[in-house]
Design a protein around this ligand. Structure first.
Ligand code: AMP
Length: 112
């Protein structure tokens, strides 16, 4: 999707600090980190959100979770939070499916 920010990051057209890559998943640091570790794990295939990805490429959803765990544990974090904002009212601002991986500080519950 030419106008999609995360598709442009995956293509290398917009710079990002890449921390993991597989054949179906891509992980890079969030530009506005909300925790000492804040990484976005995204599918290479464009889908507007994780629910849509589950419909069009279901095998990639567990791969995103696997890569998220790998990123957290390689950074030394046994505890981490995965956040999936879906829809504008839930805080989604980029319409390309992504998991936020947050770790490195105490995280309050419930989230805001
Ligand atoms: P969401 O609000 O759940 O859609 O998350 C989108 C995330 O993308 C936000 O946490 C932003 O800080 C992050 N973001 C926006 N632009 C970039 C960028 N160029 N590189 C890395 N992260 C970005």
């Amino acid at each position: 999707m030419p106008d999609c920010l995360f598709c442009q990051i995956i293509a290398g057209d917009i710079p990002a600090e890449v921390v993991a890559e597989t054949s179906t998943a891509f992980a890079f640091r969030d530009v506005n980190p909300q925790a000492p570790l804040h990484v976005l794990v995204v599918p290479r295939t464009h889908a507007a959100d994780v629910g849509e990805l589950a419909e069009v490429e279901p095998g990639t959803v567990p791969e995103l979770v696997r890569v998220a765990r790998q990123v957290a544990t390689e950074a030394g974090h046994d505890s981490y939070r995965l956040v999936v904002n879906t829809g504008a009212e839930a805080g989604q601002t980029v319409l390309h499916a992504h998991l936020h991986v947050l770790a490195g500080r105490a995280l309050a519950w419930p989230p805001g």
